[in-house]
Design a protein around this ligand. Structure first.
Ligand code: ADP
Length: 497
């Protein structure tokens, strides 16, 4: 009987489920998008029931597609959009309000206040993060302060809070397990990354009662089992849940970046570059954050991270708001209709700027528009913005780690775009390597679970599954590169808030 590991990947715009074989091949997959809510400029919400329902249905479709019978699934791994925060009722499992999505800027003023009050260093030293609306802690505070009765109910022990990993795990286990893995905990601004515990002082500073927080757990190990009666998942009842990680850490694992110095960059809704820094945290002097990559077998691995908030989302904006393209994939063919951007730069700072600029109040900007600029130039400049933002992060990473990379492993939906990857290589002046399986987030979740159940023997076995699809090498003169980058540097400054 053929056996598989199933990965659930609850992303920002869709929920996916993938069935993996031992060779790391995709045996079946399903993807279900869900609604985004923008109640005010700079605010982003998801309905927690949409997240859950789309995820369960995707899992059910995936299993049905492969005709899997009970006993054929060795384990389940979860990956999730990180930092997105929500509250739910302990007794009924009913969400209290919508989830505040990682991109949401509604708590920017509170985080600015934390910085002005001089808490930046204390927060950085304990959590590896900088006070920013991006992280979950201030989102919990907002929910508790603004949803009617929420704070009183939380204090009475009637509510639970969590990031999307906890929400899914709690539901998958029929309300038995309220836990969050180290990688997700380390994105809250409430977690001591050295001791792997919630930090009492920070919980007080952010007004988040300890009793509603999930229990921190390692990323690979016993997280419970799929309970009988979970809607749509009858076929998976009893399957052991053995892996869980935030999507970017899962992708780092899926790219088999197991050694200190290994780096990957994911091009999804946002763009996230992570470097494995081994068993000790490295603190950034250049605008990156320090995060837990994973905890396994009693050991913690850390990472340096550069988070770019808007990457593929800018391509969606071209499609949905500007209506310049019919599909994200069309951007490739449209961008190559012109030889350059005609001096035009798009800075997609729709929700402020993340690493390494960190300006919560920056907003999107287009510079260099002259009479000759047409839609193809704008499309090309939007794609190029992903490459420039990545270049800014990579420079910071080199400075912090002292490591000069020889190549960059890429993945995520937009990494399928060959124009984008070639331009990335040109701008970074670095070889870019795209693996055959770009579903590395799901793959990482599958590996975390599969290693815990012995489906894969060890990491060495997993490394053998990494196969290259295409290599991109730099192909522009240095002067051209410098000219392009200096134009970008000017454009970014125009977007500052
Ligand atoms: P997430 O997991 O964050 O939802 P994905 O990894 O699925 O994201 O990537 C989807 C993103 O990639 C979308 O924002 C989409 O606009 C972008 N995208 C997908 N395909 C392409 C392409 N061929 N060219 C450029 N962007 C693309």
């Amino acid at each position: 009987m053929k056996r598989y590991v199933i990965a659930l990947d609850q992303g920002t715009t869709s929920s996916r489920a993938i069935l993996f074989t031992r060779q790391g091949e995709v045996a079946a997959s399903a993807q279900i998008p869900f609604a985004q809510h923008y109640p005010q400029p700079g605010w982003v919400e998801h309905d927690p029931m949409d997240l859950l329902d789309s995820q369960l249905r995707a899992a059910a479709q995936c299993v049905a597609q492969a005709g899997v019978r009970p006993g054929q699934i060795a384990g389940l791994g979860l990956a999730n959009q990180r930092e997105t925060a929500l509250l739910w009722e302990k007794d009924t499992g009913k969400p209290v309000g919508n989830a505040i999505v990682w991109q949401c800027r509604r708590t920017a003023d509170f985080c600015t206040q934390l910085r002005q009050q001089g808490y930046t260093e204390a927060i950085r030293a304990r959590t590896g993060l900088r006070p920013d609306a991006y992280f979950s802690g201030s989102k919990y505070r907002w929910l508790l302060n603004h949803l009617p009765g929420a704070r009183q109910r939380a204090e009475r022990g009637e509510l639970l809070c969590g990031t999307v990993d906890s929400w899914l795990l709690w539901n998958l286990t029929g309300g038995r397990v309220h836990a969050s893995d180290y990688s997700n905990c380390s994105r809250t601004m409430l977690f001591d990354i050295h001791r792997q515990q919630w930090d009492e002082t920070l919980c007080q500073l952010l007004d988040v009662p300890r009793n509603i927080l999930p229990r921190p757990v390692e990323n690979s190990g016993d997280l419970g089992a799929v309970a009988p009666g979970v809607p749509h998942l009858e076929a998976l009842a009893g399957v052991p849940i053995r892996g869980m990680a935030g999507d970017q850490q899962a992708a780092l694992f899926g790219q088999t970046c197991f050694e200190a110095g290994d780096v990957k960059n994911t091009y999804g809704t946002g763009c996230f570059m992570l470097m494995n820094t081994g068993n000790a945290p490295v603190f950034s002097k250049n605008g990156l954050v320090t995060t837990i990559a994973w905890g396994m077998d009693g050991k913690v691995t850390y990472a340096l991270e550069g988070s770019i908030f808007v990457a593929g989302a800018a391509i969606q904006w071209l499609r949905d708001e500007m209506r310049l393209i019919d599909s994200a994939a069309d951007s490739e063919y449209m961008a190559t209709k012109v030889p350059d951007t005609n001096g035009c730069y798009v800075v997609p700072a729709f929700t402020g700027l993340g690493a390494p600029h960190w300006d919560q109040y920056a907003r999107g900007t287009i510079t260099g528009i002259t009479r000759g600029v047409n839609k193809y130039h704008i499309i090309r400049a939007t794609l190029d913005s992903l490459c420039y933002q990545t270049n800014d992060v990579l420079k910071a990473m080199k400075a912090d780690s002292g490591i000069d990379l020889t190549s960059l492993k890429v993945d995520g939906g937009a990494s399928a775009n060959n124009y984008l990857m070639q331009t990335q290589s040109d701008i970074l002046n670095l070889t870019v390597k795209r693996p055959k399986c770009v579903e590395t987030t799901a793959m990482g979740a599958a590996y975390l679970a599969g290693l815990a159940v012995g489906y894969w023997k060890d990491k060495e076995e997993v490394v053998k599954n990494w196969e290259i699809d295409k290599t991109f090498t730099p192909d522009i003169p240095d002067e051209k590169r410098e000219e392009m980058i200096s134009g970008w540097d000017r454009a970014v400054k125009c977007s500052y808030g």
